[in-house]
Design a protein around this ligand. Structure first.
Ligand code: BGC
Length: 417
């Protein structure tokens, strides 16, 4: 009873804060949602806030994975003028909290019972020192493959379930005269594929290498095999892959120029934006060999320390809007991700979304849910960036073989830790 009363009291004070601030505080929001599908999802958020009287000053910083956005953020904070709310991933959030730069969302979180509905794997990044510092919008995962349905049919029609079957389908697509793998040569995209390749060699192996940062796993035989597989995948991209944005690689699959893309489920947002239907125009599968396991990342809005009660109230109002179950459904249906709460029905989601929700819940129960290295949920930025360097060098053929790349990875991670 006491808790309920306290929750009620803070809900009222929040409501008052919001009412008082409604015209006053605009949120300045830094994010990297600039592709067609991302912008469509962002619009769901902007409209939702607008309807609640919360203004939005847009600060987009293009660049998948958010590296450029994080550089822009650092400059703003150093100048003593942080944005009100910032899209952020995993360890970046807790690292900023450790610097004392983030505000506190405890009042809204306790009034709305977030502790009970946000999965623990996300809370690990939404809370610091027991306090809520960020509002999770979604859960994405990186071990997906998006396949053009007509190209798959022309390659035999069966979705690959193992590495060997994957290679066979890619070979067939090559024979059929299309680019088998739509890909953009940017470090974070190479690393996104590598998440899945490593996971495909075993969940224990992924955990030892990327979560525990065990030198023996990072530099050992399995990692050598992972790099050999990555180099094999490199043989299926087109000549113009270097530097291409991820959404242009999605477009290649959408228009049939390429057979498939190995990318997180934000890629689905591009297919949907183009009017494509899962099962009819494209197929979503887990990266062959990773069925039953999930490498996740969660976009969260971290709230920076800002002065002015109206701004603080606007932050709480944005956080509250984001955590509403109806918003979680509406937004994630468009974004390609799945809800950051466990109590949102899958009714409005397409088949890929329903599968994403189910896979996440099962992986969570079975102990096969891991943070994505490529997207900042396995290790802090210094280690992540060290892996990017080696993965990209390997993708571009700079090592003699997988064993040499694995040795370089172990060394780079040791130096960055
Ligand atoms: C984010 C997604 C985003 C993707 C590409 C990921 O790190 O979590 O929300 O769509 O990068 O920009």
């Amino acid at each position: 009873m006491k808790n309920r009363l306290m929750g009620f009291a803070s809900a009222i004070s929040l409501g008052i804060g919001l009412a008082a601030s409604a015209q006053a505080a605009d949120l300045e929001v830094l994010h990297w949602w600039t592709s067609g599908g991302e912008a469509a999802a962002l619009n769901v958020l902007m409209e939702d806030l607008k309807a609640k009287g919360i203004g939005w000053i847009d600060m987009p910083v293009a660049g998948g994975g958010g590296e450029a956005a994080m550089t822009a953020l650092r400059a703003r904070v150093t100048a003593g003028d942080p944005p009100t709310a910032v899209q952020m991933l995993g360890f970046d959030i807790t690292d900023w909290a450790a610097e004392g730069a983030l505000g506190n969302l405890d009042a809204v979180a306790s009034a709305e019972g977030w502790d009970n509905v946000v999965p623990a794997a996300l809370q690990a990044f939404s809370k610091y020192d027991g306090h809520w510092i960020a509002a999770p919008v979604n859960v994405h995962s990186t071990n997906w493959v998006w396949i053009n349905k007509a190209a798959l049919d022309a390659a035999g029609g069966k979705t690959p379930e193992t590495w060997e079957e994957l290679v066979a389908v890619l070979d067939k697509m090559k024979e059929n005269g299309i680019t088998p793998l739509g890909h953009g040569g940017q470090p974070w995209q190479d690393a996104t594929i590598f998440d899945a390749v490593v996971l495909g060699l075993g969940t224990d192996f992924y955990k030892q290498a990327f979560i525990d940062l065990d030198p023996a796993a990072l530099g050992g035989e399995k990692m050598a095999e992972a790099f050999n597989r990555l180099m094999k995948l490199r043989t299926y991209v087109d000549d113009n892959f270097s530097g291409r944005d991820w959404n242009l690689a999605s477009a290649m699959v959408i228009n049939g120029e390429a057979g498939m893309q190995m990318m997180g489920d934000w890629a689905k947002g591009e297919f949907l934006k183009a009017g494509k239907v899962p099962g009819t125009d494209f197929v979503c599968i887990r990266f062959p060999g990773t069925q039953g396991a999930v490498t996740f990342n969660s976009d969260q809005f971290a709230m920076f320390n800002v002065s002015g009660d109206d701004k603080v109230a606007a932050q709480a109002a944005m956080a509250s809007a984001i955590e509403s179950p109806a918003f979680q459904s509406a937004f994630n249906v468009v974004k390609g991700s799945v809800p950051a709460r466990t109590d949102v029905p899958d009714t409005d989601f397409d088949d890929c979304g329903k599968k994403g929700i189910k896979d996440l819940a099962e992986a969570n129960t079975n102990g096969t849910l891991f943070g994505s290295m490529a997207h900042g949920h396995a290790a802090p930025a210094a280690v992540k960036n060290a892996t990017y360097d080696v993965i990209t060098a390997a993708f571009n053929g700079e090592y003699a073989d997988g064993a040499a790349a694995a040795a370089a990875l172990a060394e780079a991670v040791a130096a960055a830790k």
